[in-house]
Design a protein around this ligand. Structure first.
Ligand code: DQA
Length: 144
């Protein structure tokens, strides 16, 4: 079983994209952080990012077939994508939604997420460490 860490649009630009909102960590550093955390927890972790919604849907379908747990930062698709909601509704494995920023402190259009209704839990506003906390939760629950 592999923990699938999936990242949506514009997250490949972490570090240079609005660092005052998303922090200084680059996407490459985020991948390193999660691979290291996964090794320490004895979990196999695969981290990916896409700006293409069709590709993200394919990855969710693959995780559904493989019954892999998913940690997902849907980014802007959180607020727009019923297709992503529907794909995730079919997932039988654990799903944690992660947002680097506290979306509830920001513009009203970020306050609703189509993903939250089908997630086991949501972590928002704790920076990139939120992904590590999601991994730790999966480890505590024995999903590894
Ligand atoms: C985000 C918050 C979203 O509103 C935004 O569209 C993103 C990133 C976050 O991690 O804080 O791209 O998901």
């Amino acid at each position: 079983m592999t923990i699938q860490v999936l990242n949506g649009p514009n997250l490949g630009r972490l570090g240079t994209r609005e660092p005052e909102v998303y922090g200084p960590t680059t996407y490459a550093q985020l991948v390193d952080l999660l691979e290291t955390a996964g090794r320490e927890l004895g979990m196999e972790v695969r981290v990916r990012q896409t700006d293409d919604e069709a590709e993200m849907l394919r990855w969710v379908h693959e995780a559904t077939d493989a019954r892999d747990p998913v940690i997902l930062n849907p980014a802007a698709w959180s607020h727009t994508s019923i297709a992503l909601h529907d794909a995730l509704a079919a997932l039988q494995s654990p799903l944690v939604e992660v947002h680097i920023s506290n979306v509830h402190k920001r513009e009203p259009f970020r306050h609703h997420s189509y993903v939250s209704a089908v997630a086991d839990g949501v972590i928002a506003g704790l920076g990139v460490e939120g992904y590590v906390l999601a991994l730790q939760w999966m480890s505590l629950r024995g999903h590894r």
